[in-house]
Write a protein that binds this ligand. Structure first.
Ligand code: NAD
Ligand code: DAU
Length: 355
């Protein structure tokens, strides 16, 4: 358990300018004035300081631009700021990009995680009281489910994409450093997140953006792939809880109890978009286009989140209808954000991916 003490603690959050990281940073900065939160982010295509405009001036928040793969920089900031806790989200996170450039995923997700673990270990040596390394991982490490069953914390790892293999590997290193060097750690494996500030390469924001611009909605394969969706704020709440109350060396699965076949989700999204844009009923559905399948596409993910529910009292607070509606509203109200992130390199990515 990571206990707060009266004196201030320096915490490092990596990847805080990204989608989930920005929601985590906002929560921690606002809720814990006694912490100083350092956000280490390389600002890759997925990192965006616009996501944090509302908290950038807070006294207990500092942004550090750098890469987790830069050994000297990582070691310098650990020495300088003496982080007692680390919440590690920085990663290459998109499966399709991992298929095009697997090595980039190995570098950031495996090597980057190891360099953080090394720096944490070098700083505290055997003085581990009150310290914690929290590694944020994914349900994709468990591979693919058939039509039934759920991923439990004890499900054997069976990753199928270079992304999930790199995340699985980083999970193993965290666990190995815990066993070998006594680094106190926790890991959580979460299902698909959705919400504000998600980069429009992932299904929901990509399709919202395409509907706005009347572009085709590229559904992979037959569209019968299933994902379990969780509103990002509920993930941030779970991360706060696991960081503070999770038991050392434990893993927690986090999920929405909310499975959707892609094609059903896309149709629901189209209905909402028609209503919100004042379009004719069924208009957006006309944009659905079946395209070549993703190689190694996992059929189904579904999380059994009963452990975090039972042991830490967490469950999702936002229903999918409500979360999806809020998410669409956010993108419609933030078209400048969408336009900014889809200018430049995005076009090149899009053409290559969906040619
Ligand atoms: P994201 O791609 O939106 O953000 C990743 C962030 O990491 C960006 O700000 C990027 O600039 C930063 N980053 C990338 N490489 C870096 C490097 N070398 N050094 C420093 N910063 C770097 O990702 P996300 O969707 O917010 O995911 C965050 C974490 O949560 C990842 O570890 C991911 O595997 C995990 N996760 C994501 C989901 C999901 O549905 N999005 C679900 C479960 C777990
Ligand atoms: O399960 C957690 C994971 O969820 C996270 O670890 C990953 O970081 C995150 O990217 C996400 O992975 P997915 O591959 O499940 O998400 P994505 O949004 O890319 O795709 C969701 C489903 O939609 C998947 O079955 C593929 C399909 N899809 C996706 C895109 C981008 C399409 O049919 N067409 C598309 O254009």
């Amino acid at each position: 358990m990571f206990n707060k003490s009266i004196r201030s603690k320096n915490l490092l959050v990596t990847g805080g300018a990204g989608f989930i990281g920005s929601h985590v940073i906002r929560r921690l900065v606002n809720k814990y004035p006694e912490y100083h939160i350092y956000n280490l982010d390389a600002l890759t295509y997925a990192g965006n300081l616009e996501n944090l405009i509302d908290i950038e001036g807070k006294e207990n928040y500092t942004f550090l631009r750098g890469s987790i793969t830069d050994e000297d920089y990582v070691s310098t900031i650990f020495k300088e700021y003496r982080f007692e806790g680390v919440i590690h989200l920085a990663a290459e996170s998109h499966v399709d990009r991992s298929i095009t450039d697997p090595l980039a995923f190995a570098k950031t997700n495996i090597l980057g995680t190891m360099l953080l673990l090394n720096a944490f270990r070098a700083l505290w040596k055997d003085n581990w009281k009150g310290k914690r390394f929290y590694h944020i991982s994914t349900d994709e490490v468990y591979g693919s489910l058939g039509k039934t069953g759920f991923f439990e914390e004890t499900t054997p790892y069976d990753p199928n994409s270079p992304y999930s293999a790199s995340k699985a590997s980083s999970d193993h290193f965290v666990r190995a450093y815990g066993e070998t060097y006594n680094i106190p750690y926790v890991i959580s494996n979460c299902s698909n997140n959705y919400g504000a500030n998600q980069f429009p390469e992932k299904l929901i924001p990509l399709f919202i953006n395409n509907i706005i611009h009347n572009r085709p909605l590229p559904v992979y394969g037959d569209g019968n792939y299933t994902r379990d969706w969780l509103y990002v704020i509920d993930h941030a709440i779970a991360i706060d809880l696991v960081f503070h109350k999770g038991i050392n060396k434990e893993t927690y699965n986090i999920g929405g109890f909310n499975e959707w076949k892609n094609i059903d989700l896309v149709k629901l999204l189209c209905q909402h978009m028609d209503e919100k844009l004042g379009r004719e009923k069924g208009g957006s559905e006309q944009l659905i286009t079946y395209v070549k399948d993703r190689p190694g596409h996992d059929l189904r993910y579904a999380i059994d989140a009963s452990k975090i529910n039972r042991d830490l009292g967490w469950s999702p607070t936002v229903t999918f209808e409500e979360g999806l509606s809020k998410t669409i509203d956010w993108y419609l109200a933030n078209e400048d954000w969408l336009n900014n992130v889809t200018s430049g390199a995005y076009q090149q990515y899009y053409e290559l991916q969906y040619q």
